[in-house]
Structures are given as structure tokens and as C-alpha cells.
Design a protein around this ligand. Structure first.
Ligand code: CTP
Length: 399
């Protein structure tokens, strides 16, 4: 299942390092080419000879090889990797990864890696439960890394609790499942709207809202990661889409966003409307700056903007899946259900902004998915990258 995949296996200094040899065998058996990178302290737990014999490649652990002066490029290694797996990951390495402390080959390779990163923590139960470890793991999760949770059981200290590295078979299965997931939406096309729209008042002023685009960009990335070709129609935001399967179409106003969406919608299988489209625009935009001196305050006459989701909903053909978001502060569920029907959506993602850990500008979101058949699923508060996974899981199930 990992045929032809390049895996950088990062090994850090913990008792569980002996299991890394088994993990390496499983990766090789599954068809992967594996390059081992060890921290200096990992070599106290397992020898490079064992690992280079199993991988068929010299193990890398220093920036250069002392006797030949040969430079080991962490950048090349980071680019070579289709996945980086750090197993075991000690509290020390997790802390360094979370804060960019690039003082060894493993952490520099991690910082250079463009590929997905899997982290399998292993440590004593009290270290695992310490607030700094919990916070560092949360940071890694927020950076988009995949955390393979440690298991409960007897630890090297003979204490019993959570901290045992996940079994090699579990780690290998998680990596295999990730690559299988990358194929899920292969051949599918998706359209995503994101960010706010800006409605011009005059050449230097506009009406807009607080949307930052984080949710929409996370969904576009997740769809692309699962194999879809994504067109991201985005209002003005400070973000940049990274995935090569995402084509960004920048727009400013709601009318421009509608035009771009109508151009792409007929070709797509999936459309996800996350944009916070301004509901109104100025009826007549001034062509030169409205002056303050010597003038009364202007009265702005507003007109309604087109409803992009509803327009696409009306044009939807069988087999197309249309997903909307509903941002509600009052009567949330009833309002979201009404939007679902009015816009002819297949499901609506309801979120209620609280200004702290849900809504505009925040890194997290708490959502409820309501389907056209009336069924409803609640999700915990989590980073928007993980919310995007939940939304795309739902899309995959319904396609
Ligand atoms: N939407 C849209 N075009 C609009 C307004 C909203 O495509 N002009 C989409 C949003 O991207 C979202 C869904 O419709 O997927 C709901 O947006 P929301 O702002 O919650 O609702 P509105 O339709 O604007 O209704 P209201 O302002 O009354 O809550």
C-alpha cells in the first residue's frame, strides 16, 4: 500500500526506539523506501547499524559525516519525503518541533518537510500529562501534523498509564490509511468560496466583515489532500493556498464572486460555500473619493447582493453536492435548517461565533452538520484544519 512512497523515519531517544526497527520493517514490507534520521540520543537506544541494515540506506543523524565532511542536506531530505514519521517522539523533540528549536538533523528536516508529518509520542505518564507536553502536542496538531495517540499500558518506569508508543502496526496502518485517503476524491472537481467580499463605496473605502478565510482555505486544502482538483474563489484575505491541486481565483465583490462561481459550477462535483458574502452593496459607487470637508455626511443607499449559494442551488444537477455554512447567533438550528432548504443545500455546517474559540478569525470552530434528510451531528470544538476533515469526511460519505 505504500509502494514507491518515500518515508523519512525520525527516531528520538526513548525506550520505545527499539520498536522503530519493527516499524521500519513494516514500512519496507508495505513497499516504501525509508530513510532513517536519528537524534544523537536515539543512538543510545538502538544502533544505526540495525536501522541501516533494515532500510538499506546509511542512517543520518549529524549535519555532516565527520570523517568525510559530507554534508547531509535536511532540505533535500524534507523535499524527498512523501511522509515524515517521528516514532517514538519524546517530550523533548515534541517541544523542539513545536517551537522551531532546530538544533539537530531531525528537527531541521521536520521544519523543511513539505510532506504530511505523523508524530507518535512516547514517554512516561506524568510527562505525557504535563501541561507543557499537552500544549506542545496541541501546537503540533494545529500546525496540521497527525498525532498518533499513545496507548495506555505498562511503561518503562513500571508505572501504568498513557504514554506507551502506539504499536508499530497501528502507526503503519495510520500512514497507509492516510495515503489511501489521498485517493478518495481523485478525479473529482470541487469549488470552494472563502473569505469576505468587499463592496466598494468609493475608490478608497468599502463595506466588509471580519472573515479571515481560514475555514474555507482549510477545506480547500483538505479536499486537495484527498485528491480533488479544487478551484478556490476567494475574497481578499491574508492567506495563500499551498496545495498544488488548488487553483485560486481572487475576487473582491459579491458580484465578482458570483460570476466566478457560475463559470466553474457546471464542471464540479462538489461546491462548498464558506465565504462570508456581504449581504448588501452600495447602490451607486462613487468614482472619486467622497470628501469630508465642506460636505454633509453622505447617506449610503444599499441594495441586496445576489445569494451565490442559492443561485448555485437552483442550478444544481443530480450528482452535484452543494454544502453551505450558516453563521447564526440566535435560533441557530431553526435558521440553519431554513437556509438548507432555501438554498437547496445537501448539508449545512452550522457554527455559532462566540469570539473566543469559534467563528471569525479564531483558529478553532465548533460545528453541527445538518443534512437535507434532517439528521444532525454535533462535533467538539477543534482546530479549523480538523473541522475541515470532518466536513470532507461527510462529503466523501455522501458522494
Ligand atoms: N451565501 C452566499 N451568498 C450570499 C450570502 C450567503 O453564497 N449572498 C452563502 C454563504 O457562503 C454560506 C451560506 O450562504 O454558505 C449562509 O450564509 P449566511 O451569511 O449565514 O446567511 P445569509 O444567507 O446571508 O442569511 P442571513 O444574513 O439572513 O443570516
Amino acid at each position: 500500500m505504500l509502494k514507491g512512497k518515500h518515508i523519512v523515519l525520525g527516531i528520538t531517544g526513548g525506550i520505545a526506539a527499539y520498536k522503530s526497527a519493527i516499524l521500519l520493517r513494516l514500512f519496507v514490507k508495505s513497499g516504501a523506501e525509508v530513510q532513517v534520521v536519528m537524534t544523537p540520543s536515539a543512538r543510545e537506544f538502538i544502533t544505526p547499524v540495525t536501522l541501516s541494515a533494515l532500510s538499506g540506506k546509511p542512517v543520518v543523524s549529524e549535519f555532516f559525516t565527520a570523517n568525510t565532511g559530507q554534508w547531509n542536506s535536511h532540505v533535500d531530505l524534507g523535499l524527498w519525503a512523501d511522509a515524515m514519521v517521528i516514532a517514538p517522539a519524546t517530550a523533548c523533540t515534541i517541544g523542539k518541533m513545536a517551537h522551531g528549536v532546530a538544533d539537530n538533523m531531525l528537527v531541521t528536516t521536520y521544519l523543511s518537510a513539505k510532506a504530511p508529518v505523523f508524530v507518535a509520542p512516547a514517554m512516561d505518564l506524568d510527562m505525557m500529562a504535563h501541561p507543557s507536553t499537552v500544549a506542545n502536542i496541541e501546537l503540533l496538531r494545529n500546525y496540521g501534523n497527525h498525532i498518533i495517540e499513545p496507548e495506555e499500558g505498562e511503561l518503562a518506569s513500571h508505572l501504568v498509564g498513557k504514554g506507551r508508543m502506539a504499536e508499530p502496526a497501528t502507526i503503519c496502518a495510520a500512514v497507509e490509511a492516510f495515503f489511501a485517503g489521498q485517493e478518495e476524491l481523485k478525479g473529482r472537481k470541487a469549488l470552494v468560496t472563502a473569505g469576505p467580499t468587499q463592496e466598494m463605496i468609493d475608490p478608497v473605502r468599502y463595506i466588509s466583515n471580519y472573515s479571515t478565510g481560514k475555514m474555507g482555505y482549510a477545506i480547500a486544502e483538505e479536499l486537495a489532500c484527498r485528491g480533488a482538483e479544487v478551484t478556490l474563489v476567494t475574497g481578499p484575505v491574508a492567506l495563500k493556498a499551498r496545495h498544488q491541486r488548488i487553483t485560486t481565483v481572487p475576487v473582491v465583490s459579491a458580484c465578482e464572486m458570483l460570476e466566478a462561481c457560475q463559470a466553474h459550477f457546471p464542471d464540479v462535483d462538489i461546491a462548498v460555500m464558506t465565504a462570508a458574502v456581504a449581504d448588501y452593496r452600495v447602490a451607486s459607487q462613487a468614482t472619486s473619493k467622497i470628501k469630508r470637508e465642506g460636505h454633509d455626511a453622505p447617506e449610503l443607499k444599499l441594495v441586496k447582493n445576489p445569494d451565490i449559494a442559492a443561485t448555485l442551488g437552483a442550478a444544481k444537477r443530480p450528482g452535484q453536492l452543494l454544502v453551505g455554512f450558516a453563521l447564526e447567533t440566535d435560533n441557530a438550528e431553526a435558521n440553519a435548517r431554513a437556509k438548507l432548504q432555501r438554498k437547496n443545500l445537501d448539508f449545512v455546517v452550522l457554527n455559532t461565533p462566540n469570539g473566543i474559540d469559534s467563528g471569525f478569525g479564531t483558529d478553532n470552530n465548533t460545528i453541527t452538520i445538518i443534512k437535507a434528510d434532517g439528521t444532525l451531528s454535533h462535533y467538539d470544538n477543534k482546530p479549523k484544519t480538523l473541522v475541515a476533515r470532518d466536513v470532507v469526511d461527510q462529503i466523501v460519505t455522501m458522494l
